[in-house]
Ligand binder design. Sequence first.
Ligand SMILES: *[C@@H]1O[C@H](CO)[C@@H](O)[C@H](O)[C@H]1NC(C)=O
Ligand SMILES: *[C@@H]1O[C@H](CO)[C@@H](O)[C@H](O)[C@H]1NC(C)=O
Ligand SMILES: *[C@@H]1O[C@H](CO)[C@@H](O)[C@H](O)[C@H]1NC(C)=O
Ligand SMILES: *[C@@H]1O[C@H](CO)[C@@H](O)[C@H](O)[C@H]1NC(C)=O
Length: 386
Amino acid sequence: MTILLSHHKFTILVLLSFFTALSHQATIPPNPRLEKAYIALQAWKHSITSDPRGFTSNWYGPHVCNYTGVFCAPSLDDPKCTTVAGIDLNHANISGFLPEDLGLLTDLALFHINTNMFCGTVPKSFEKLGLLYELDISNNRFSGSFPSVVLSLPSLRFLDIRFNQFKGDVPSKLYDLKLDAIFINNNQFETNIPKNLGNSPVSVIVYANNNIKGCLPSSIKKMSQTLNELILQNVGLSGCLTPEIGSLKNLTVFDVSFNSLVGMLPESIGEMKSLEQLNVAHNKFSGEIPASICSLPNLENFTYSYNYFSSEPKICTKLPDKDDIQNCIPERPAQRKVAECKAFYYRPVNCGGCGAPPPPPPSPPPPAEHWWPKHGHQPYTPPVKY
Ligand SMILES: *[C@@H]1O[C@H](CO)[C@@H](O)[C@H](O)[C@H]1NC(C)=O
Ligand SMILES: *[C@@H]1O[C@H](CO)[C@@H](O)[C@H](O)[C@H]1NC(C)=O
Ligand SMILES: *[C@@H]1O[C@H](CO)[C@@H](O)[C@H](O)[C@H]1NC(C)=O
Ligand SMILES: *[C@@H]1O[C@H](CO)[C@@H](O)[C@H](O)[C@H]1NC(C)=O
């Protein structure tokens, strides 16, 4: 799965090259804020137990702007005062923890320490980092409950805590913050998708590989102008997909693979005009795939293998990149066994309170070749041959 955040990469690059230019100015006279930064960075250095690539080996002396991974810039409130505005120790493979003293870095806008072996949690003192804009502590060994201190950072826009060992609840207040991206995938969170999810103005939200139960709330329709990527792979979703999903007109990537979703794909997915990547594989979806989905103008990759779909419109088979194996679709290769499909279709669909379709009106029996009911299931009549 590739998640592209090109605008972020751009911001970071521009900011970092700016800081770098400043950092290598010969001598920056120390000021009280750099003196505080010195205390913070020395405390941090002392908490480090292993730094195999020597990132912090030049972290001595008062000239903190010369330390590897430390980036200085003029302060926002006083352009003549140089401050530590960024930390970037990505891919340093450092072992250690984050000491409370880091709260002294009150001018910090970027804190990037991805791909290290830091443990413990985010210190409470981070609440003093009123300018912190990007927090990336992904791919470390942080643990304990959700680092709630991030909820009190007024400038935070980008939160990346993926690939750690955080567990428990994800506070619903997270979705009321003015964030642009939330990456919490690959932790051990056990939580429900809250009703206020739709309050979040994020463009990207990735939950994958946690235990995030529940239904997609109807409030997601409030994200229709802003949400670009929604990744809910392997999080324990069950029930039916809410038809309100169709209001996400700016969504380009939608991945709900490896869950236990049931029922038909909502016809409204065919209204998600920006959709490029759609992955619903490894669920228990059934019935006919709406032709409107396969006609989406930007759809590049539609993966719906390992479900119980009973038919697909011809237009679906013509998509440049699609995967339909292990379903119940007559005439298609590598489908499930007839007996398995029959047993599956014998049971009614249980939306489990999520996105339940309205009860079907009583209707005359469908013509023979359309043995598929719109809603609910009936005994499976196997096709003549697969
Ligand atoms: C900072 O580093 C540069 C080059 O790496 C060096 O020329 C300069 O003297 C250093 N400044 C201080 C104050 O250590
Ligand atoms: C990181 O360090 C650990 C030991 O401290 C080592 O086993 C591992 O290979 C290192 N990883 C990289 C990418 O350097
Ligand atoms: C959402 O999509 C519309 C039309 O596809 C586009 O005009 C608009 O700029 C998009 N908004 C965002 C925030 O990407
Ligand atoms: C299409 O999406 C599936 C599932 O995300 C992925 O495994 C596959 O590599 C993608 N195909 C291409 C060509 O990107």
